[in-house]
Write a protein that binds this ligand. Structure first.
Ligand code: HEC
Length: 190
């Protein structure tokens, strides 16, 4: 008798859990089809979504750094120069550079591409390699592993390792991009 009512109780609990799961799944599907969530890039994500995306992305990248071994020679001037030219071709439109005005594309992105030249940045080579090779889903950061060899990606890492606090003159010399001197910049609206 006692054993039977226990089995009944277990069954009830199981059915309740199942009902909750079904309601949850239907609610989630309903949310997807409802159009309630605004995917426009004009307004930043709300704080919870922004936190969830960034935390997922940071932990995903950091969890996959294990097999990445920094090759020797990243300090060689020719490696840094090659990376600078690759940066000019592939990255500057979003990440900008010292002395450059931010492009319309960079201003319109959400999440915003980080400024890789901030003096306070601490470049972490393995992590940069991972970001550049594999990109980041649901952000504008492309995976350059489709078009670049590992060696070419290490050239970019070599350049970016020198990026924090880089002067506009050094940036211009390493990338081949001509950076307007502040004195030459036209006044706004002029
Ligand atoms: C179309 C825009 C776009 C282009 C082009 C682009 N990036 Fe990014 N990049 C982003 C965005 C957006 C992020 C931020 C991703 C995030 O929020 O997780 C990012 C993140 C990064 C990061 C991680 C920075 C950090 O703070 O942890 C590195 C390193 C990076 N990009 C390097 C590059 C390099 C090198 C290139 C060129 C080979 C490049 N990116 C091209 C948009 C771009």
């Amino acid at each position: 008798m006692l054993r039977q009512s226990r089995t009944e109780n277990d069954l009830k609990i199981l059915l309740t859990i199942l009902a909750c799961v079904i309601v949850g799944v239907l609610g989630f599907i309903g949310f997807i089809y409802s159009g309630i969530y605004d995917v426009s890039a004009l307004h930043p994500d709300n704080a919870i979504v922004a936190w969830a995306l960034h935390t997922t992305s940071d932990h995903s990248v950091d969890a996959r750094l294990g097999g990445i071994i920094v090759p020797p020679g990243l300090d060689k001037p020719e490696m840094i120069l090659a990376g600078g030219h690759r940066f000019a071709k592939n990255c500057v439109v979003c990440h900008g550079g010292p002395g450059l005005k931010r492009t319309n594309i960079a201003q319109g992105l959400n999440p915003q591409p980080p400024n890789l030249f901030l003096a306070t940045r601490k470049p972490w080579k393995e992590e940069m390699f991972r970001f550049i090779k594999y990109g980041v889903k649901m952000t504008a950061m492309p995976a350059f592993g489709k078009t670049h060899t590992d060696e070419q990606i290490w050239e970019l890492v070599a350049f970016l390792s020198k990026a924090p606090g880089m002067s506009p003159e050094d940036f211009a010399a390493l990338t081949g991009i001509s950076v307007p001197k502040p004195a030459e910049a036209k006044p706004a609206g002029g």
